[in-house]
Structure formats: C-alpha cells, structure tokens
Design a protein around this ligand. Structure first.
Ligand code: S3P
Length: 175
C-alpha cells in the first residue's frame, strides 16, 4: 500500500498513553502493515526492560538507543512505527522519520493519559508522578516538538480505535 507522497510508512508519535500501541496494532491487523514498536525494539536489542535501561544508563542512554532504533528503520517500508513518547525530542529522529513516514501525532487530555497509564510502572518518567498536573506540565514542555514533527494530528479522547484508525487512513492514503 502506498501512502500519500510515497513515504510508505506510518509513524505514530505522541505523549505516553495517547494510544500509539493500540492504534498501531489495529493498523497492523487491518492493513497488513508490519508493526515496529521502537520501545520493543530497544528491549529486544538490550535484553532489558525500558525502566532498567533508564536506571542503568539514564535518560540520555535510553535516548541514544532510541535514536539508533529509529535510524535502523530508515530504509524500511510498509511499516507502522509506534514511537516512544519522547522520540520527537531529538531532531535527528524527526528528520529520519520524516523521510520515510507520514507522521501522525496522537493526542489526549492529561486526565485521559492518567487514566490509561496509572496502573503501569513501566514508564520511568511517570513513576512517582502519577498525576494530571505533572502530565500536563511535561506535555506542555513537549508540545512544540510534537507539533513540529506532525503531518497530521488526531485526537483520541473518548474515541474507538477503529474510528481513530480510519481518520489516519483517510489522511495517509489519500490520492
Ligand atoms: C517515554 C515514553 C515511553 C518510553 C519511555 C520514555 C517518553 O514510551 O519510550 O518510557 O519519554 O515519553 P510510550 O510513549 O510508548 O509509553
């Protein structure tokens, strides 16, 4: 399947808990795209959970691995790439994704994000900060980076995955 302007991958970016993994699975199952989750790729390569990489290597160590994972996808096509929530913080990642992918920004209100992530301890940046105000603050710090990366923005609050995915397809596969 060809995306508009031939970039051929769909990259999902956005804050933690905006539904990247769920939407990516839908696109995999319904469009036959191959799914790559950058966090899963890092875990596989390092043989370690994300929170352990943060604990041992710090956030910068994790970001270096994230950049390497994204760079390794540069020549691949026909993918849906679920990016970690901080992937857009490095320009090199955005540049690489833009060359190969239509970049879809998923958004959700801080309260929605909190509802979706509060039972997990797998996100080191939120451990000890499980509240809507903290989430709102971090989201605001990142807002410009998310918006600069996005080709299109899709709101996810209160919506079924199918509805979200169809909006993405209408944009990504337009003639
Ligand atoms: C992060 C988001 C996480 C993961 C890591 C850092 C972030 O991915 O990459 O914990 O900085 O926003 P998800 O967005 O899939 O939770």
């Amino acid at each position: 399947m060809k995306t508009q302007d031939n970039r051929r991958n769909i990259a999902l970016v956005g804050f933690m808990g905006t539904g990247k993994t769920t939407v990516s699975a839908w696109l995999r199952d319904n469009l036959g795209l191959k799914e790559v989750d950058t966090d899963a790729l890092i875990v596989e390569r390092e043989g370690m959970a994300i929170k352990d990489i943060f604990a041992l290597q710090g956030e910068e160590g994790f970001r270096d691995r994230e950049s390497a994972a994204i760079a390794s996808l540069a020549d691949r096509r026909g993918l849906v790439i679920a990016c970690g929530g901080g992937a857009v913080l490095r320009q090199e990642n955005v540049r690489s994704l833009k060359e190969s992918s239509v970049i879809v920004l998923l958004t959700a209100a801080p309260e929605t994000v909190l509802e979706r992530v509060r039972h997990s301890d797998e996100r080191p940046l939120l451990n000890g900060h499980m509240d809507a105000d903290y989430i709102r603050g971090l989201m605001e710090k990142r807002r410009a980076a998310y918006e600069a990366a996005a080709d299109v923005t899709v709101v996810t609050d209160g919506r079924a995955v199918e509805d979200i995915a169809k909006e993405i397809c209408a944009f990504a596969f337009q003639e």
